[in-house]
Design a protein around this ligand. Structure first.
Ligand SMILES: C[S@@+](CC[C@H](N)C(=O)[O-])C[C@H]1O[C@@H](n2cnc3c(N)ncnc32)[C@H](O)[C@@H]1O
Length: 245
């Protein structure tokens, strides 16, 4: 992907903020506990519509959210008025130095420039604080899941660095944790999930319509889904945590 393409994709989320908020899964509690431990004040960086912020609030943490897209941020503010929310990026958060106990980047580290984001995250953390990276990845060994996402990706998917093994100094080595969960949704939810993908958002309207029609054909025709209201999407959650030295 070229730099222009990557920037266009990274900025595309705002255009699909509604689909995003409705369709994307949340995060399991064991992942939250691994990533932030007993940190009091946690920065959700690249917070989007607040999926991870919501999990942090539910687990009793004080949450600061930073997100570059004003539309995503508007959804977050509406859904989670108790969260302190700021426009900013991983490279320039706008937060005070040493002001948070932990930082989590949920499903967004692959969009950032690590060369600028790592020192910025280290700056806003208190001594001994940690950076957590997390990605939900669909379990493509399930046949209908593979069919739907083969269509949705069409080889255009930006590879997600779910296996980030180091971020470098001043952070220490990676600590890893994996878990599984199912996101319970329905036919419309799957169509929203596909529509909220950055690659699909930026397609020309006719190609986007054709792609969503092809996905609808799988949903209506696959023997595991036909006639069902509820659809369960299996996910694996990959977590990595780095402690500030
Ligand atoms: C896949 S979404 C994840 C949103 C949210 N964390 C979640 O788990 O649902 C990726 C998010 O990264 C944001 N993003 C893109 N470039 C970024 C950057 N340089 N710094 C911080 N966030 C960025 C996008 O605006 C978008 O909200």
């Amino acid at each position: 992907m070229t730099t222009v393409d990557a920037t266009q994709h990274a900025r595309s989320f705002g255009a699909a903020a509604d689909s995003y908020a409705r369709a994307r899964p949340g995060y399991p509690r064991d992942a939250v506990d691994f990533l932030v431990g007993d940190a009091a004040r946690v920065l959700d960086l690249g917070a989007g519509t607040g999926k991870f912020s919501q999990a942090l609030v539910a687990a009793g943490h004080e949450v600061v959210a930073v997100e570059p897209s004003t539309r995503m941020l508007a959804q977050l503010r509406e859904a989670l008025p108790e969260v302190e929310a700021h426009e900013g990026s991983a490279e320039a958060t706008g937060l005070a130095s040493g002001s948070v106990d932990a930082v989590v980047v949920a499903q967004a580290w692959h969009w950032v420039d690590p060369g600028r984001a790592v020192p910025e995250v280290a700056r806003v953390l208190r001594p001994g604080g940690s950076l957590g990276l997390v990605w939900n990845v669909r379990d493509d060994t399930v046949d209908w899941v593979r069919q739907v996402w083969d269509l949705a990706q069409r080889g255009q998917e930006q590879e997600m660095r779910t296996d980030t093994t180091e971020v470098g100094p001043p952070f220490g080595p990676a600590h890893r944790f994996g878990t599984r969960f199912e996101h319970v949704t329905d036919r419309a939810g799957i169509l929203d999930l596909v529509a909220s993908r950055s690659y699909v958002i930026v397609l020309p309207e006719d190609e986007r319509r054709d792609l969503l029609a092809a996905v609808a054909d799988v949903l209506d025709g696959h023997p595991d889904l036909r006639g069902r209201d509820e659809v369960r999407v299996p996910y694996r959650t990959h977590c990595t945590r780095f402690v500030l030295r």
